[in-house]
Design a binder for this molecule. Structure first.
Ligand code: COA
Length: 168
């Protein structure tokens, strides 16, 4: 029973993320859920907002710590002396993406290890971008986002959408 890391953009966290994190926490002594930068994505929620949302989702999990790190995943893994990084996959395309990331990370850090958990089939359709799109048009996101953060995410997406329209 060791330290695992569950990294992601979490923009915003979804029920799928929640499920993977809770299952991972049951398999290790300490789980770090960490918000990291993804160079190919422009985040909608600030790092502070994402950390706060994750803390709210996991406040009942005593072995889970929410963190953020502005650097490489492998450096965070070294810093925490973690034995594995956990990722969830929903489909074949997720698997290919994770394989590429794991290969690159292993080139950077020889001891890099990754644990893949399969998403629950009923959550396999969920993604942060679907949440952002549905929420920004005022749609019901309650089946996709953890109950503890639904109101915050809905309000935040609607107000951002209105701000964007003002600047059009
Ligand atoms: N259920 C539901 N959705 C899931 C999911 C699950 N179990 N697992 C992933 N997703 C979705 C997310 O909702 C998100 O959807 P979107 O693309 O529509 O927004 C997408 O899959 C992936 O997002 P997420 O899991 O939040 O993170 P990511 O893939 O953007 O994370 C990092 C990538 C942060 C781990 C990676 O960029 C990283 O390591 N960055 C640090 C810098 C670094 O080391 N770079 C070198 C990497 S080789």
């Amino acid at each position: 029973m060791n330290t695992f890391i569950y990294p992601g953009t979490f923009d915003p966290p979804t029920m799928g993320h929640l499920d993977i994190a809770r299952r991972a926490a049951a398999l290790c002594r300490n789980l770090y859920v960490v918000v990291l930068p993804n160079a190919s994505k422009q985040a909608c929620f600030s790092v502070e907002e994402r950390v706060k949302m994750l803390q709210t989702c996991f406040e009942d999990l005593p072995n889970c710590t929410v963190d953020h790190y502005n650097g490489l995943l492998v450096d965070y893994v070294r810093l925490k002396q973690a034995s594995a990084v956990v990722r969830g996959i929903r489909s074949e395309s997720d698997l290919r993406y994770e394989q590429d990331m794991a290969t690159a990370n292993r080139l950077l850090y020889r001891d890099f290890e990754m644990l893949i958990l399969l998403s629950r089939p009923d959550l396999a359709f969920t993604s942060s971008s679907i949440v952002r799109e549905v929420g920004s048009f005022g749609g019901d996101i309650s089946a996709m986002v953890p109950p503890a953060i639904v109101d915050f995410v809905s309000r935040r997406l609607k107000s951002r959408h209105q701000e964007d329209k003002l600047h059009e």
